[in-house]
Design a protein around this ligand. Structure first.
Ligand code: GFB
Length: 325
C-alpha cells in the first residue's frame, strides 16, 4: 500500500549536510517538496534531548529522515569508538523520542550494513541480525546502529509509531568526506590517485591486503530508495538497501585508478586493517517491493570524480572540517 506524501508536507532531514542527507534534500527538492526543514550542528545539537524536543515543538515536522550521525571509515571507527557510540546512540535516542512526543507521522531511520555479524553467511539476509559477533573495527558504531533499529521497533510496538528502518551498504557520491584519516575507501582512493597524479608520483598506497570485498551504492540511488521506502515500506523489521553485487578492494582500486590515474602502481599495506572480509547484502526483499539501483559503479565513480574536480574547494573544506571533528 502506498503512503502519499503531500508536496506541502513538513519534512525534516536530520543530517542534511552529510553525504546521505544532502542527497535526500536534493531529491526532495527535485520532486517539488517545498516545506523542507533542516538545522545545522551549530543551530541544534542532536545529542541534547531538551534542545531536540524544543526544536520539534517549534518546527512540527510531519515526516523525518533520520540520517544524522558521526560516521567514518575503518580507521576513524577503530580509533574513535567512544565518539562513534556516544554520538550515534544519543542522536538516535533524542530524535526518535522527540518524533514520538511531537506526533511525527512517519520516520525513516538509516543504519549500516556493519550491524551484521562478521562471519555472516553471504549474501546477508535481514534476519541474520544478532546471530553472531560483530567486526571489531566497527563494533561501537554497529552497536549504536543496532540500538537505532531496536528503538524504532520498540516505539512502534509500545506507542504505535510509524517508524521504519533501512540498512544501506557502503555508500559513495558527491559531497563525501575526502579526508584520508576519516573517509571511506572510495573517496580515499580517489583522492590518493588524484594527488599522486598531480604530484607526478607513480605509486599509491592501498590499505590492507586488497582481498576484502565491498558492495557500493551511489548515494543518489540511496536517496531514491529512501523516498521509495517512505512511501511503500511499512514493517517493523529493517530492510537491506544495496545493489546485490560486490567486488574486492583490489578490483575497486584498479577501477578508480583506471578512471583517475591510469597506469599508476598499487602498493598494498597489510599492516593496515582489512575489516569485514565481506558484507554483501541480500536485497531480494527490496527487489520484491519493486526497487532496484540504477547507477552502475563505473558510471558512479566517473560522476563522483567529476564532482570532485569541479568542487575541489568544497571537498577540501569538508576534509578540513572532518579533521577538526
Ligand atoms: O570504506 P572503509 O574504510 O570501511 O574500508 P569498511 C573498506 C576497505 O577498504 C578496508 C580498505 O578493507 C580497508 O582496509 N582500504 C584500502 C581503505 N585503502 C583504504 C584507504 O585509503 N582508506 C580507507 N578508509 N580504506 C566501515 C565501517 O567499514 O564502513 C563503518 O567502519 C561503516 O562502521 C562503513 O559500516 C560503511 O567497509 O571496512
Amino acid at each position: 500500500m502506498a503512503t502519499e506524501i503531500p508536496r506541502s508536507a513538513r519534512i525534516y532531514v536530520a543530517g542534511h549536510r552529510g553525504l546521505v542527507g544532502s542527497a535526500i534534500l536534493r531529491r526532495l527538492r527535485a520532486e517539488g517538496f517545498d516545506n523542507l526543514l533542516t538545522a545545522t550542528r551549530d543551530q541544534l545539537d542532536l545529542r541534547d534531548q531538551a534542545a531536540v524536543n524544543y526544536w520539534f515543538r517549534a518546527n512540527r515536522p510531519e515526516h523525518v529522515f533520520l540520517v544524522a550521525g558521526t560516521v567514518g571509515g575503518i580507521l576513524a571507527n577503530s580509533t574513535r569508538p567512544a565518539e562513534f557510540i556516544y554520538d550515534n546512540l544519543m542522536i538516535h535516542g533524542t530524535v526518535v523520542h522527540a518524533a514520538h512526543l511531537h506526533g511525527v507521522k512517519r520516520l525513516l531511520y538509516l543504519g549500516s550494513s556493519c550491524i551484521y555479524p562478521r562471519e555472516c553467511p553471504q549474501p546477508i539476509r535481514e534476519e541474520y541480525l544478532l546471530t553472531g559477533l560483530l567486526e571489531p573495527t566497527n563494533e561501537a558504531y554497529a552497536i549504536a546502529k543496532i540500538s537505532g533499529i531496536k528503538l524504532c521497533q520498540a516505539y512502534r510496538l509500545q506507542y504505535g509509531c510509524d517508524f521504519i528502518s533501512a540498512m544501506p551498504t557502503n555508500l559513495y557520491g558527491p559531497h563525501d568526506n575526502f579526508n584520508l584519516k576519516s573517509s571511506h575507501v572510495l573517496p580515499a582512493l580517489m583522492r590518493k590517485f588524484h594527488d599522486a597524479r598531480v604530484a607526478g608520483r607513480d605509486e599509491v598506497e592501498v590499505w590492507g591486503t586488497g582481498s576484502p570485498k565491498r558492495e557500493l551504492l551511489h548515494v543518489d540511488d540511496l536517496a531514491d530508495a529512501c523516498l521509495f521506502l517512505m512511501r511503500h515500506y511499512d514493517e517493523d523489521g529493517h530492510i537491506n538497501v544495496g545493489t546485490g553485487e560486490d567486488l574486492s578492494i583490489r578490483e575497486l582500486a584498479e577501477t578508480v585508478r583506471d578512471i583517475v590515474a591510469p597506469g599508476m602502481r598499487l602498493a598494498f599495506d597489510p599492516t593496515k586493517p582489512d575489516g569485514m572480509p565481506r558484507k554483501l547484502l541480500d536485497v531480494s526483499r527490496l527487489h520484491a517491493l519493486g526497487w532496484r539501483h540504477r547507477i552502475e559503479l563505473r558510471e558512479g565513480i566517473r560522476g563522483t570524480y567529476q564532482w570532485f574536480l569541479e568542487n575541489h574547494e568544497e571537498a577540501e573544506m569538508r576534509a578540513a572540517e572532518h579533521a577538526m571533528a
